[in-house]
Design a protein around this ligand. Structure first.
Ligand code: SS9
Ligand code: ZN
Length: 684
């Protein structure tokens, strides 16, 4: 069952623009949409999407979020003179009107709702709407920040009303705070709103106190508003990913949404004149991928900002290509997060620890409001200095933006074979997989090696054939002829050794070995850094000290969904991303106790590493898991786990301890700003 990716776009939304001089609004140009769409066409991505027409929103739909008075006022703008439009505009902040913007704003909502309809009814799996004007700043009775109607907020209300959606997650990765969305859902526990935004201690637009980390939502909605303020410019890929691993994803998985809406603004990418951040366009492939297994894959990305046309177009392509299921690029230059990012992460986690089980043991903020808030006052006090800085930035604005150079993201070529499987006789090859049959001639050299290493005494023909298949499969994966594979074996431990040894023969190989369940793992192979072994089990770790051997011990092993998920999100993924393997070897030990849907989540999430090169090994008798595993490898989203309960308190605590212990070696595990101890910071 192949399900597509929707693309919703209409040239009509390019037909309005700024008609007078306003420096605050000059970046919001029709070309933003034109270049984004052209790039999708040029890269052959538009053709691979299901194209869906836009429509105008109805009044009732606008009224899901906005007031009647406001709608009536905007309705009059098509008939206004230039002077009237300018005057009308003046009552709002950083926005402009045009005789055609009302029409476009209704199309922007309509495009978003078309996307929601197609995703919710299962006509497509996911999709993106390319719209203008953006929406996340507009409010009940106000236009703001280039936004007229709140496309995404309306979409969330619409999904609740029309489809009975119980929980909606809104991820706002635009560099500005979508305060309009926050206001709309502040007291609503059915919508989890996450936003990161350039903040600079309230010195950056829209300069609101309520954009800080301590605005967590109100009344019943307390805990369902997550703000991550960026207090410095120049944030990089690792800062963004760290926030995903340690703030957004744990909360999102605990929340268990049945729909994910992304306020996909790309002014958070490098080169943007508004954001001044340094994350490269390929980071959006990862952000998208990390969200794609939530809500059973129901993800709707809706364009918000993005004002550097080159960076915008590349970022849009990365997002759509990921939605289509192409291999995600290797993450580039991941160091640890910078001190300022860590400070923000620390504050958010601490502010939310009372609302989320996954954060229950997060470290308390050091001196509570002192470090982040008083600093702001201090900065404001020295007005002279601040103005000086401002002035300098103004002068440099053009130059800074144009000086930003970054390599064009590499082409993401999908190997000719997506998923291959080598299965014992009698097990049918799952749909969509290429069967790797034992009839393929084994390489005589490999055969000799295998016999030598693994079968000195015994002469098990079948097992030998399986290992030959395994080697051949790995070779084809290395050559990028096959993306990933699934092998059922008599003895996972032996097959695991064989695969690791095979991979180690290639000088460049770095293997992330993930062992799930109890059973002997080859801890001795972790000395040289060519293998990073992470084992999640109920076994107390043996006294190993290598940074490349990470035993994760959970009280109930892999059978506790919440604890296991937390280990994957907060430990395995950051380790994997920082290690940056070129092969993931995922081994399911016999009797792991892991339930199928969690296993599928794990398999899906690991596809973000090693360009999707994952080899799964399972025990011969786990035939029932072949179908679900293959389907995850093929890119089918894992089923939603629903809202997760609390993990065992001792597990949360021990995970936190483990993370703490490993932080010196693995910077992406850090969640606190520790003055003087690590935390690379090139931006102070
Ligand atoms: C001028 C301030 C611009 C409005 C930004 C709106 C972004 C919408 N430097 N402020 S995504
Ligand atoms: Zn923005």
């Amino acid at each position: 069952m192949m399900m597509g990716t929707a693309l919703i776009y209409d040239e009509q939304m390019t037909k309005y623009k700024l008609l007078w001089v306003d420096p605050a609004c000059k970046v919001e140009v029709p070309e933003r949409l034109i270049v984004s769409h052209e790039a999708l066409v040029r890269n052959g991505l538009a053709d691979r999407c299901v194209s869906i027409p836009v429509r105008e929103a109805t009044d009732a739909e606008v009224l899901l979020v906005h007031s009647e008075e406001y709608l009536e006022a905007v309705k009059r703008t098509p008939y206004m003179s230039l002077g009237d439009l300018m005057e009308f505009t003046l009552q709002y902040g950083d926005v402009y009107f045009h005789p055609n913007i009302y029409h476009c704003a209704k199309l922007a909502i309509g495009a978003t709702l078309q996307l929601v309809d197609n995703v919710m009814t299962g006509r497509v799996r996911n999709g993106m709407a390319l719209v203008r004007p953006p929406g996340h700043h507009s409010q009940h009775s106000a236009a703001n920040g280039f936004c007229v109607f709140n496309n995404v907020a309306i979409a969330a209300q619409y999904a609740k009303q029309k489809y009975g959606t119980k929980r909606v997650l809104i991820v706002d990765w635009d560099v500005h705070h979508g305060q309009g969305v926050q206001y709309c859902f502040e007291d609503d526990p059915s919508v989890l709103y996450f936003s990161w935004h350039r903040y600079e201690h309230q010195n950056f637009w829209p300069m609101l106190k309520e954009s800080d980390y301590d605005s967590v939502g109100k009344d019943k909605g307390a805990g369902f508003n997550i703000n991550v303020p960026w207090n410095k410019v120049g944030m990089e890929n690792s800062d963004y990913l760290a926030v995903f691993f340690h703030v957004l994803l744990p909360a999102a998985y605990e929340f268990g949404p049945d729909l994910v809406l992304v306020s996909a603004g790309f002014d958070s990418a490098i080169g943007d004149p508004e954001g001044k951040m340094c994350a490269t366009p390929d980071v959006f492939a990862h952000l998208t991928h990390l969200l794609m297994n939530l809500a059973g894959g129901k993800l709707c990305a809706v364009l918000e900002g993005g004002y550097n046309l080159t960076s915008l177009a590349q970022s849009v392509c990365q997002t759509v290509q990921t939605l289509l299921g192409d291999p995600v690029p290797r993450p580039t230059e991941l160091g640890g997060p910078c001190e300022s990012a860590l400070e923000s992460i620390h504050c958010v986690r601490s502010a939310h620890k009372q609302y989320w089980s996954c954060l229950k043991h997060a470290a308390d903020r050091p001196t509570s409001d002192l470090s982040t808030k008083l600093f702001k006052v201090a900065e404001q006090k020295s007005g002279e200095e601040r103005n000086g800085v401002e002035h300098k930035e103004k002068e440099n604005e053009e130059m800074n933006t144009e000086a930003a150079v970054w390599p064009e993201p590499p082409k993401r070529l999908a190997p000719p074979v997506h998923t291959a499987s080598a299965l014992p006789g009698g097990v049918a090859c799952p749909d969509g997989c290429k069967c790797f049959s034992s009839s393929e001639d084994p390489n005589p050299f490999v055969l000799g090696e295998l016999r030598e290493n693994f079968f000195k005494e015994s002469e098990d023909k079948d097992a030998l054939t399986t290992l030959c298949n395994l080697s051949a499969l790995l070779e084809r994966m290395e050559k990028n002829e096959i993306r990933n594979g699934l092998v059922l074996v008599r003895d996972v431990s032996m097959a695991m050794m064989c695969a690791v040894q095979h991979a180690a023969t290639s000088l460049t190989n770095r293997v992330l070995l993930v062992c799930v369940g109890d059973g002997a793992a080859p801890t001795h192979i972790t000395e040289d850094g060519k293998t990073l072994l992470v084992q999640i089990s109920s076994k107390e770790p043996e006294g190993q000290k290598s940074k490349y051997y990470v035993p994760v011990c959970l009280r109930k092993g892999c059978s506790d969904m919440a604890g296991f998920t937390q280990a994957v999100l907060g430990l395995l993924l950051p380790l994997g991303y920082e290690y940056d393997p070129n092969l993931v070897l995922l081994v399911r030990m016999p009797d792991s106790g892991l339930c199928e849907s969690v296993w599928q989540q794990l398999t899906g999430l690991l596809q973000g590493l090693a360009q999707g090169h994952t080899l799964v090994l399972m025990q011969e008798d786990e035939k029932a898991s072949v179908g679900p595993t293959a389907s995850s490898l093929l890119g089918t989203p894992a089923p939603s786990l629903g809202p997760l309960g609390a993990p065992l308190p001792e597990d949360v605590e021990s995970l936190e301890r483990l993370r703490h212990r490993l932080q010196a070696d693995w910077k992406l595990l850090q969640t606190t700003a520790a003055p003087g101890s690590g935390g690379s910071d090139q931006r102070d």
